[in-house]
Design a protein around this ligand. Structure first.
Ligand code: ZN
Length: 63
């Protein structure tokens, strides 16, 4: 997707979403994980692999 004023935008579920202006928060075992919404771009476009415990927390939250 093109960048608008340097802000990455991605097509997710047929909607164009601006990334980098919000946070994702995921509850974990006795803690909570927080990351910028740009994590989607890092994973999909740059092959970033978040830590296993974060991925497991995401799976548990959104199953
Ligand atoms: Zn990039």
């Amino acid at each position: 997707m093109p960048k608008v004023l340097g802000v990455p935008r991605e097509l997710i579920d047929r909607k164009t979403v601006t990334l980098g202006d919000a946070e994702i928060r995921v509850p974990g075992e006795g803690k909570a994980y927080a990351c910028p919404t740009l994590i989607y771009h890092y994973i999909v476009k740059h092959g970033y692999l978040p830590p296993d415990e974060f991925l497991e927390a995401v799976r548990q939250t959104f199953r």
